[in-house]
Design a protein around this ligand. Structure first.
Ligand code: CA
Length: 414
């Protein structure tokens, strides 16, 4: 496929990608958009120009403030829209309406693309689960259920924010080392978690599990996901019911939803699963994805340092297995639900997806380019997650999600 549009070779937004998002244009109009190279295709204007067939219904669909109605129409519909855009972009010559339909990406503001319904966070990296287990429970790192089922918990969607939203350092109960009563304080152990999340496109019915072979039909696409975490709050509260206020103060997502279709060339074999999963979690073929990931930290007045490089292929449980397990009891899913992978760590120490692991619970401070070190995040630090897949000259990227840490509110009750 060649296009008349000049696209930088290292652009995340090649004509093979064509992810979906919601943007605010420079004159304050809200529209669905598809980034390509340094531009975004305005889907309302494209629909009005007749690019997708009937004008009115498509304009109405794409002028909504979220993509929920669009993704609920199913993956075949999204496939058709991407195909039309690809045909337009690979025209023999630059179409006359190109001037009108392409907005400069630097001139538009990506907005929250979804009205997120339910949010679930899994725990699907065996390296991450083992590393955290070693620190929290040295004698018993990986619990006996871990290799039998994709562990997860129900999170909270109200605090999921878009790329660029500042993150206020949370307060909470913390048990100081050696103490037997907790204090109330701003977290001293603020961390990021490098994750990917998938967006549910097709609903399922209450009481009817999604068979694993059909799981991917229910997935619209993927995003980058930073599950900000307060480790000291988490450590005191997590027994017996799991994560709560140490997690739900904020999670950040990237603005463009990359479709599973665009990621097809990057399917890969997953790790060998032993013991063999139960029948409902067994599936033929490749359902893991080869996506490169990185995390960087930029101090307030300093340069950026990449602190972690890893890959989604290290995940033990696939998205298909996560979704089959999530619904096996009859729990239903709806368009706009979000399911995150859990922190994605690889086998190497520089491929760990959180500061907790990279600095090994504070024992091995991470050096930054400005000469400072980190065990956990400081106020003013900006954390950025990036991801892309590449095969030959086919590149499909996610852009980035970043957030800057703000100081906590002044402590109350003093
Ligand atoms: Ca998490």
């Amino acid at each position: 496929m060649t296009t008349w549009l000049p696209i930088p070779a290292d652009s995340d937004f090649s004509i093979h990608n064509l992810p979906f998002g919601i943007i605010e244009t420079s004159n304050g109009r809200i529209t669905a958009g598809v980034p390509v190279g340094d531009y975004v295709i305005d889907l309302v204007l494209a629909a009005d120009a007749g690019l997708f067939g009937a004008r009115r219904p498509h304009v109405r669909l794409f002028e909504q403030p979220t993509l929920n109605s669009f993704i609920a129409l199913g993956n075949d519909f999204a496939r058709r829209i991407r195909r039309r855009l690809q045909l337009w972009l690979t025209n023999d010559k630059r179409p006359d309406d190109a001037e009108y339909l392409l907005l400069e990406r630097a001139q538009v503001r990506p907005l929250m693309p979804l009205r997120i319904g339910d949010y679930t966070d899994f725990y699907s990296s065996i390296e991450h689960a083992t590393n955290v287990g070693k620190m929290f429970r040295p004698d018993n790192p990986l619990l006996p259920n871990w290799r039998w089922l994709p562990v997860g918990y129900h999170g909270r969607s109200s605090s999921i924010v878009i790329d660029g939203t500042p993150i206020r350092r949370p307060h909470g109960q913390i048990l100081p080392k050696g103490a037997d009563t907790p204090i109330f304080s701003a977290t001293q152990q603020l961390d990021f978690e490098l994750e990917m999340a998938f967006v549910i496109g097709k609903e399922s019915r209450l009481g009817q599990p999604i068979p694993i072979e059909q799981a991917e039909e229910h997935i619209f696409g993927l995003l980058l996901f930073n599950d900000w975490s307060a480790r000291d709050i988490q450590r005191w509260e997590y027994v017996p019911l799991g994560p709560f206020l140490g997690k739900n103060f904020a999670s950040s997502i990237s603005p463009w939803i990359v479709t599973l279709d665009a990621l097809k060339p990057f399917r890969t074999r997953g790790p060998v699963q032993k013991p063999k999963p139960l029948d409902y979690l067994r599936i033929r073929g490749w359902h893991h994805y080869d996506i490169n990931l990185e995390v960087s930290i930029r101090p307030q007045n300093g340069p950026e340092t990449v602190v972690c490089r890893t890959n989604t292929r290290y995940l033990y449980w696939s998205m298909a297995q996560q979704l089959a397990h999530h619904t096996v009891n009859g729990c239903n899913v709806r368009p706009g639900d979000l399911m995150a992978s859990g922190t994605i760590s690889g086998p190497q120490p520089d491929s760990f997806g959180s500061l907790l692991e990279l600095a090994w619970g504070g024992q091995k401070p991470i050096p930054l380019a400005d000469g400072s070190t980190r065990t956990f995040l400081l106020d003013g630090d900006t954390v950025t997650l990036r991801a892309y897949a590449q095969k030959g000259n086919i590149r499909v990227g996610f852009g980035q999600v970043s957030g800057t840490v703000l100081p906590g509110w002044v402590e109350r009750g003093k």
